[in-house]
Design a protein around this ligand. Structure first.
Ligand SMILES: [Zn+2]
Length: 266
């Protein structure tokens, strides 16, 4: 049984202002901006930092999905990249109390939308050949699963994110299937094994966040072998799972890339 973390665990004393629909610029549809404001203490993190933090966590959980698939030798019926995205959004839903999970899901899904905007603005075609689905598809898949985990409680989320009714109606089933598939894996990881080890230097947001996250995850999960989470420069804004370590590598270049993406969301 995974412990749900309170908002204070993430130092998220403040809920970020939710972005306007991130796909507005892609679709030309006029969704209303939804602003949820809370009394902000003086040390409130900026919306940009919260966006960066949520996306780094989402990416980290995605890479842990790859790690689990490899280290537990899980069968994958479909694209592994999709399975890792599913693991990520399920962990966001499972690990956090509902308000925090909602904040993280808005920002993590918006990250995919921002990637799509960046691609359009760069004049690049959709990489249909990629092992990853198109960013727009990853956006809708994440929104659908998170909505499907609590359709009654998250109707506003689905609306804000522009989830079409045709897709929304299958999301509770999609969530159930995903939870039935990954749930027993998360339960397995809650058993005996090795804690994750952190390796990284400096005091960037990425280093601090991943170091703290490794510590927090070690409360819930143990691994069949020693798994290291590394924050280091890689020469590109990316993250990897390297089975030869085994290591999850979060590149330091990701943080400035995410700050650029945040700037693309109105
Ligand atoms: Zn991946």
């Amino acid at each position: 049984m995974i412990r749900r973390r309170a908002r204070s665990d993430r130092k998220r004393c403040v809920t970020l202002v939710l972005q306007s629909n991130p796909l507005k610029r892609l679709t030309g549809l006029g969704f209303c901006a939804v602003a949820v404001s809370f009394a902000a203490p003086a040390n409130a993190q900026s919306d940009e930092d919260l966006f960066v933090e949520a996306n780094l966590l989402s990416i980290f959980y995605h890479e842990l999905g790859h790690a689990a698939i490899d280290l537990l030798q899980l069968p994958v019926f479909g694209q592994e990249e999709d399975a890792a995205d599913v693991a990520s959004i399920l962990l966001i839903d499972a690990l956090y109390e509902s308000e925090t999970a909602l904040d993280l899901a808005y920002d993590a899904a918006s990250g995919f939308a921002a990637e799509a905007i960046a691609r359009e603005e760069g004049g690049y075609d959709v990489a249909w050949w990629s092992e990853h689905g198109p960013d727009e598809q990853r956006f809708y898949n994440s929104v659908c699963l998170f909505y499907g985990a609590d359709p009654e409680g998250r109707e506003e989320f689905a609306e804000d994110m522009g989830l079409p009714e045709e897709r929304a109606e299958t999301c509770d089933y999609e969530y159930e299937l995903a939870a039935d598939s990954w749930g027993p894996v998360f339960d397995d990881l809650a058993g005996d094994g090795y804690p994750m080890v952190f390796s990284g230097q400096g005091d960037s947001l990425t280093t601090d966040l991943i170091a703290a996250e490794v510590e927090a995850l070690n409360e819930d999960f143990a691994w069949p072998v020693s798994l290291t989470a590394v924050v280091e420069p890689c020469g590109e804004a990316n993250a990897f799972y390297d089975p030869s370590g085994p290591e999850v590598i979060i590149c330091t270049e990701f943080e400035p890339h995410l700050r650029m993406l945040f700037g693309l969301l109105d």
